[in-house]
Write a protein that binds this ligand. Structure first.
Ligand code: FAD
Ligand code: MLT
Ligand code: ZN
Length: 483
C-alpha cells in the first residue's frame, strides 16, 4: 500500500494546536518538534508484533468534547487518525499504517453510572474491561463479555470490534447487550445515543453501525450496556476426548442436560495444549493426554441444583464413553488454573516468534476438518519441524465451540512468505466453500482487508462503502484498513 497523498503531514503548528487543546501531558510526540522525547513505539506496534506504523503523534483526549474538537480539527486539516483502545486487537486495526495520528482512549476511563435494579452500566469507552467487571462484581453483576485480553482491552475497543469471547454462548453478542452509544463523527458531531432502554423501536438503530465498525466511521466515547446478575455457583470441568466426533456429542449433551446453566463450551486440540505446556510447564489437568479437550463452565444461582446437574452429566458422558477422562475444579484456584489452559493459548502461541491467526465461523460438523487439512498442507510443503530452517512450530485448533467459532493458528519462529502462501487464500477459499465467515469475532482490520469478498457479496461491500462515505467523506478514520 502507498501513503494516501490527500492526507496532510503533521507539522509543528498542528502539534502546538493539540497541546493547547488537550494540555501537554495528553500528547505523546516523537519527531516533529525538538523537545519531543516520549516513547511512542508501544502505540505503533500491535500485540502480535506483526504490524508496525510510524506515527509521530499520539493524542489522549480526556472528554467527549475533546474528542470532538480533535476530530473536527483533523477533518478540517485532512489529518488521518487511528482510534486506539487497549491495542489488543488481532488484525492490525489498532495501529497506524503510515503516520496517522493515534487517538488513544485510555484517559477516558471512568464508570459513569450503574443501576442495580436494571443492571444498566454506563462507562467511558476507555474503561478497561476487567475494571468494569470488578466494579460490577462488587455489586452482584457481571459484564456480559469476557476474554483473555480483559486486563488491557477497553470497552470501547470491545464494542468497536464487536468482540465475542468466552461466554457469548450464554450472554449473547454486543449487538444485543449494548443499549446505547455515545460517539463522535469525524466532523466533530457528537452522536448522543446513550440510551438505557432495553426496547426502543423508533426508526433505524444506528448505534449498531458502530458496533464492529473497527473505528472506520467515528470514535466511540461512551457505552451503555445491560449486565446480568452474577451467578453465585460457578463450576468448571475439563475433559479429554478421543475424537472431534465425541466433542460434538459432548456439546450436544451439555446443551441438553446443562441447558440454562451452561455458560461456556470451549474446544482445545492436543497441539494447542502441548504448546501451552511447553511454555508454562504447568502440571496438566488430566493424567493422560488426549487428541481433544473441552472446557465446560456452568453458572447458576443454586449450587446444590447445579452440582447435581453437573454430576449427572459427568456420569452420563463417562458411562457412554463420550469423554475419556475429566476433572471438575474444586475451588476458585482450580477454576482459574483450568481456564488458564484455554485462555493462555494466544499468549503461549506467540512464544516462538509469530502466529498466523485465522478466526473463522464454520458449520460445526466440519469445524475441525480445516485444522487437519491445513496441517497436512503445511506438512506436505515441508514447512513444519524443529530445525531452524523450517519456520512452522505447530498448526493448532481451539475456539468457541459453542458458537461454531474456530481459531486456526499457525505458530512460527518468524513470519515467512512461504508459510503465508500456503495459508492464504487456501483458508479463505475453504471457509467460503462452506458459507462460513473469514472473521467470526476479531474483525478485518489490515490483516483481512483484501479478503472481505470471501464472506460478503459485492452488493454488501458496496453498501458498506456508501455508509463509510456518508459518515466519513474525507476518509480520515482508520484509513488503509478494510473499507
Ligand atoms: P484495540 O485493539 O485498541 O482496537 C481494535 C479496533 O477497534 C481498531 O480498529 C481500533 O481502531 C478500534 N477502536 C478501539 N477503540 C475504539 C473506540 N473507542 N472507538 C472507535 N474505534 C475504536 N476478541 C474476541 O472477539 N474474542 C476473544 O475471545 C478475544 N480474546 C483475545 C485474547 C487475547 C489474549 C488478545 C490479545 C486479544 C483477544 N481478542 C479477542 C481480540 C480483540 O478484539 C479484543 O481484545 C478487544 O475487543 C480489542 O479491544 P481493544 O480496546 O484492545 O481495541
Ligand atoms: C481467543 O479466543 O482466545 C481469542 O479470540 C484470541 C485468539 O484467537 O487467539
Ligand atoms: Zn476467540
Amino acid at each position: 500500500i502507498k501513503r494516501d497523498s490527500r492526507f496532510a503531514e503533521i507539522t509543528e503548528e498542528h502539534v502546538k494546536h493539540f497541546k493547547e487543546l488537550l494540555g501537554k501531558d495528553s500528547a505523546v510526540i516523537d519527531g516533529v518538534t525538538k523537545d519531543a522525547t516520549d516513547d511512542i513505539e508501544p502505540f505503533n506496534g500491535d500485540w502480535m508484533r506483526k504490524y508496525r506504523g510510524h506515527t509521530k503523534l499520539v493524542l489522549k483526549p480526556g472528554s467527549t468534547e475533546e474528542v470532538s474538537k480533535v476530530l473536527k480539527y483533523c477533518n478540517d486539516n485532512m489529518l488521518a487518525v487511528v482510534p486506539q483502545g487497549g491495542n489488543s486487537g488481532l488484525v492490525g486495526g489498532s495501529v497506524p499504517v503510515f503516520d496517522e495520528i493515534v487517538i488513544n482512549m485510555s484517559r477516558m476511563n471512568q464508570i459513569r453510572s450503574f443501576d442495580e435494579v436494571s443492571g444498566t452500566l454506563v462507562v467511558d469507552a476507555g474503561c478497561i474491561l476487567e475494571v468494569a467487571d470488578g466494579y460490577l462484581g462488587e455489586r452482584g453483576h457481571i459484564f456480559p463479555l469476557d476474554l483473555g485480553a480483559k486486563g488491557s482491552c477497553h470497552i470501547g475497543g470491545n464494542v468497536a470490534t464487536n468482540a465475542g469471547g468466552l461466554r457469548l454462548l450464554r450472554y449473547g453478542s454486543l449487538h444485543g447487550n449494548v443499549l446505547g452509544l455515545e460517539a463522535v463523527l469525524p466532523d466533530g458531531t457528537i452522536v448522543d445515543d446513550l440510551s438505557k432502554l432495553r426496547k426502543n423501536n423508533t426508526g433505524y438503530d444506528l448505534k449498531q453501525l458502530f458496533i464492529g465498525a473497527e473505528g472506520t466511521i467515528g470514535i466511540i466515547t461512551g457505552v451503555s450496556i445491560i449486565c446480568p446478575q452474577r451467578s453465585n455457583a460457578i463450576n468448571v470441568a475439563f475433559f479429554g476426548l478421543e475424537s472431534y466426533e465425541k466433542v460434538q456429542e459432548a456439546f450436544k449433551e451439555a446443551k441438553g442436560q446443562l441447558s440454562e446453566i451452561l455458560s461456556a463450551f470451549e474446544l482445545m486440540d492436543s497441539f494447542s495444549q502441548d504448546l501451552v505446556h511447553n511454555v508454562t510447564k504447568n502440571k496438566r489437568p488430566l493424567e493422560s493426554e488426549y487428541p481433544f479437550y473441552c472446557l465446560i463452565e456452568t453458572s447458576g444461582s443454586n449450587s446444590e441444583h447445579d452440582n447435581e446437574k453437573l454430576e449427572k452429566f459427568l456420569e452420563y458422558v463417562m458411562e457412554k464413553e463420550i469423554v475419556l477422562d475429566g476433572v471438575v475444579a474444586q475451588d476458585e484456584t482450580q477454576v482459574k488454573a483450568l481456564w488458564g489452559w484455554r485462555e493462555g493459548i494466544p499468549e503461549c502461541l506467540g512464544h516462538w516468534g509469530g502466529v498466523y491467526k485465522y478466526d473463522l465461523s464454520i458449520p460445526i460438523n466440519e469445524l475441525y476438518d480445516l485444522v487437519e487439512d491445513t496441517r497436512k498442507k503445511i506438512t506436505d510443503a515441508g514447512l513444519i519441524g524443529e530445525d531452524e530452517a523450517r519456520p512452522v512450530v505447530g498448526v493448532v485448533g481451539y475456539g468457541h465451540m459453542g458458537d461454531s467459532n474456530l481459531h486456526l493458528n499457525v505458530a512460527v519462529k518468524r513470519y515467512d512468505k512461504k508459510v503465508e502462501k500456503e495459508l492464504e487464500p487456501f483458508v479463505y477459499e475453504w471457509v467460503a466453500k462452506r458459507n462460513g465467515s473469514i472473521s467470526a469475532e476479531h474483525g478485518l482490520g489490515l490483516a483481512k482487508k483484501n479478503y472481505i469478498g470471501y464472506s460478503r457479496s459485492g452488493t454488501m461491500v458496496a453498501l458498506m462503502k456508501q455508509i463509510k462515505n456518508l459518515y466519513d467523506p474525507n476518509g480520515i478514520m482508520n484509513p488503509y484498513k478494510y473499507i
